[in-house]
Design a protein around this ligand. Sequence first.
Ligand SMILES: *[C@@H]1O[C@H](CO)[C@@H](O)[C@H](O)[C@H]1NC(C)=O
Ligand SMILES: *[C@@H]1O[C@H](CO)[C@@H](O)[C@H](O)[C@H]1NC(C)=O
Ligand SMILES: *[C@@H]1O[C@H](CO)[C@@H](O)[C@H](O)[C@H]1NC(C)=O
Ligand SMILES: *[C@@H]1O[C@H](CO)[C@@H](O)[C@H](O)[C@H]1NC(C)=O
Length: 458
Amino acid sequence: MPSITTILVCLVVVQVGYGERYEPNWESLDSRPLPSWYDESKIGIFLHWGVFSVPSFGSAWLWYEWKTGVPKYVDFMAKNYRPDFTYADFAPDFTAELFDPNDWADIFKASGARYVVLTSKHHEGFTNWPSKYSFNWNSMDVGPKRDLVGELASAIRSRANIHYGLYHSLFEFFHPLYLQDKENNFTTRDFVTTKAIPELYELVYNYKPEVIWSDGDWEALDTYWNSTGFLAWLYNESPVKDVVVTNDRWGGNVQCKHGGFLSCSDRFNPGTLQKRKWENAMTIDRYAWEYRRDVTLADMLTMEELLTQVASTVSCGGNILINVGPTKDGRIVPIFEERLRSLGQWLNVNGAAIYGTSPWVYQNDTVTKHVWYTSKKNSQGSLDVFAILLQWPDHGKFYLGSPTPSQNTTVTLLGYDTPIKWTASAAHEQGITVLIPAIPFNKMPCNYAWVLKMQNLA
Ligand SMILES: *[C@@H]1O[C@H](CO)[C@@H](O)[C@H](O)[C@H]1NC(C)=O
Ligand SMILES: *[C@@H]1O[C@H](CO)[C@@H](O)[C@H](O)[C@H]1NC(C)=O
Ligand SMILES: *[C@@H]1O[C@H](CO)[C@@H](O)[C@H](O)[C@H]1NC(C)=O
Ligand SMILES: *[C@@H]1O[C@H](CO)[C@@H](O)[C@H](O)[C@H]1NC(C)=O
C-alpha cells in the first residue's frame, strides 16, 4: 500500500505538472513564449501547391471564382473544357512526375531560408498527404500517387538548419458538411469534429511540423473551430509541443489578435515596430499564390522589391514568408529559382544584418529615405547596428540621421574589406555622415541593398 507521504508527493507532482500547462483560452495560450528558432530564422519559403496547379490560371481560388460566376473564370472554363467538366476532373492531371524533393530542398537551402511551409491542404480540400479523412481526394489516391507532405519533410530534414512547417486550411469551399454547418449558422460542428480537427492531429502525429500555418478560419468564430482546444493540446502534449509555432488565423474573431505570431492579412507589412512577433506572408508573383501560366515578368517582384520587403519586415520585428508556386508536374520554375538563389547570394554577404537580429531603436532612418535598421549584440557585448541601404548613395557623402557616433565608432560595408570613413558635426550629436569610397564595380559586395555595419555607437 502506498503511504500517505507517497500519495501527497504524487499529488504535488501532478499539481506542478498541471501548473505548467496551457489552458484552452487565449490569455493562457498567448502567454507561451515562441520557440526562439522562429524569431532567429527571419526568412521562410511558402509553397502553394495543389489541384489548382493544374489549371494554373488566375488564382488558387479558381474553383470558387468559376462556381460563383466570376466572368474571367467562367469564360476560361467554357472555352477550354467540355461542358460537364468538374473541378475534380483536374486532379488526375496533378501528376508531379518531375517532383524531386531533394532538388527543392537544395533550392530552398541555397535561398538562405531557415524554414519552409507547404500547403498540406488548401481551400479546395485536396490533401497533399494520404489522409484517412479525405477519401479519394488526396495525393495518394489521385494524381501524384505520392505522399508529397512526407517526401518534402524528409528532404528538408536531411539539411541542417532549416525547419519544416505546414499550411492547413480549416474551411473548404464546397465540403458538404462545412456548407451544412454554415447553413446552421455554425451551431452544428460536424465538419470540425469529423474533418478539420482530425486532419490537424493526423498532420502533427505523422509529420511533426514545426510551424502550423492555419488559414480559412474567417467565416466562423474560434469556438466553432475549437481552436483553443487544439492549441492547448498542441502546446501541452503533442510531439512538437516544445518546438512548434503557430500563426493567428484560428477564427474570424482571432486574426491579428491571438495565437503564436501574427500573420494578420496577406502581405502584412505595417512599416512600424510591432508589439508582438509577426510575419509578412507575401508572394514573388505579386498577384497570385499558385503557379499560374498567365504570369508575366512584370508581375514578378524584382530583387530590389523583394529586398525592400525583407529589410522593412525584419527592421520592424517581423519574419518574411516568401511564396513561390510549384507547377503541377512538380517543378520550381527558373524565375522563382533565380529569385531564391539571388536572395541566398545576398544573404551570404549580408546575413549578419538579418539572422538573429532584433529591431533597433529606430526602424527606418529619421532623415534619409530607403534606409532600414537592425541590431545585434556582438561577442564583446556591445550593440552592432546595421543600416540596410535600399539605394546606392548618389554622392560620396551619405547622411544618416538616426545614429549617434562616439569617438570609437567604426563603420564597415558588409562584404567590403576597407573600413569606411565617417564624420559628425560633434561627438555625441545625433547624425553621421558616411564617406562612401569610389568602389570599383568588380569590388562591389552585392548588386542591391548594401549594408553598413556600425560598431560602438554612443
Ligand atoms: C441563421 O441566421 C439567420 C440570420 O440571423 C436566420 O435568419 C436563420 O434562421 C438562422 N438559421 C438557423 C438554422 O439557425
Ligand atoms: C476541443 O478540443 C479538445 C482537445 O482536443 C477536446 O478535449 C475537446 O473535447 C474539444 N471540444 C469540442 C467542443 O470539440
Ligand atoms: C519612416 O517610416 C515611416 C513609417 O513607415 C514613414 O512615415 C516615414 O516617412 C519614413 N521616414 C523616411 C525618412 O522615409
Ligand atoms: C573608446 O575606446 C577606448 C579604448 O578602448 C576606451 O578607453 C574609451 O572608453 C572608449 N570611449 C568611448 C566613448 O566608448
